[in-house]
Design a protein around this ligand. Sequence first.
Ligand code: ADP
Ligand code: ADP
Length: 216
Amino acid sequence: MAKFYILVGPPGAGKGTQAVIIAEKCGIPHISSGNIFRENLQNETELGKKAKAFMEKGELVPDDITIGMVTDRLSQPDCEQGSLLDGFPRTPAQAEALSAFLEQHGKKINAVPLIDVPSDELIERLSGRWTCKAEGHVYHPKFKPPKKEGFCDLDDSELYQREDDKRETVEQRIRVYNQQTAPLIEYYEKKGLLRKIDGSQKIEDVTSDLLKVVEC
Ligand code: ADP
Ligand code: ADP
């Protein structure tokens, strides 16, 4: 039986960090809409060109572009048995489109873990976030230092600071989350799928709480 999980939480909550760990442990693909957009930006594809200005401003890329991109990814054979979604859906229209897509394929969402972290902690995390060029793995000098400074533990690629992790863009992204994505909390709560996780704990403790929700 295929299993689909959606990680919800503000920028900097730790969705990407946790998704990499859980996807590896459980052997399910990690689908990060942000990572797919950044790959398209790097490769200067048509999709990347359309998304660029929105991403730079910390705004959401329009729903039609985003939904098409993620449903294409979910149509790949490796998602047949499920996936761990990170950063999608981010609007009610995306959530509806995802449900419709899964239903068409005889599949459903199993649970929606919400990783909750107060805003002041988000800013400290994001202003120190270092991201790997190859696959988007993330580090932090205080909370998750890489073994070799400036390089990814997992693939040895170089680490960089994302342009949209500068303070004013982070503040805009948190506003956008509160306005456009936070309504999904109630949406999934009503469906009985929401599971709240305290994201201000240490990385390992968040993982063990998540593993009580995500069944491998
Ligand atoms: P998101 O994908 O939700 O935006 P990330 O996983 O990229 O968040 O994490 C944002 C930053 O916070 C990264 O620098 C990461 O190393 C750090 N981080 C992730 N989880 C924790 C945690 N539980 N405690 C402290 N820092 C964390
Ligand atoms: P974070 O987890 O740090 O908020 P992401 O890497 O998930 O950031 O997203 C980076 C940017 O990519 C967003 O600010 C937005 O411009 C775009 N993006 C990612 N996912 C979506 C989505 N589901 N809908 C619209 N835009 C998105």
